[in-house]
Design a protein around this ligand. Structure first.
Ligand code: ZN
Length: 120
């Protein structure tokens, strides 16, 4: 028989209230969800949204080690959503790519600054 509170073993980033799901061991931990609203004027279904959260699923057998935490991206569009799970390392790579891609139109703020006005 399992004892203890259901929040036993929550990682520090877990924002779930596991007690809301009744007694027993939680099957996954999840961080708070952060969202980006994707503005696409003229989309009939309304604004689309990208949710990001960290999740960690737990095996049925408490003796097994928990699975590696996953960074989950949920793209909501037209009343449906598509879930993409990345490892923390993949998520870091993606974040770096996004930061780089986003800063390209702003040459004064990054390594492209040196290219400005250097043409002969
Ligand atoms: Zn938790």
């Amino acid at each position: 028989m399992r004892t203890g509170t259901v929040t036993d073993g929550c990682p520090p980033w877990c924002a779930r209230d596991h007690s809301a799901h009744g007694p027993g061991r939680p099957f996954y931990h999840a961080s708070e969800t952060r969202s980006v609203t994707i503005s696409r004027p003229g989309t009939p279904s309304g604004p689309e949204r990208l949710d990001v959260e960290t999740a960690q699923y737990l095996p049925d057998d408490p003796a097994e080690t928990p699975w590696t935490p996953t960074v989950e991206l949920a793209l909501h569009a037209g009343g449906r959503y598509r879930l993409i799970g990345l490892t923390p390392e993949e998520a870091r790579q993606l974040a770096a790519m996004l930061t780089r891609a986003a800063s390209m139109p702003e040459p004064a703020r990054d390594e492209y600054a040196g290219l400005t006005g250097t043409r002969a």
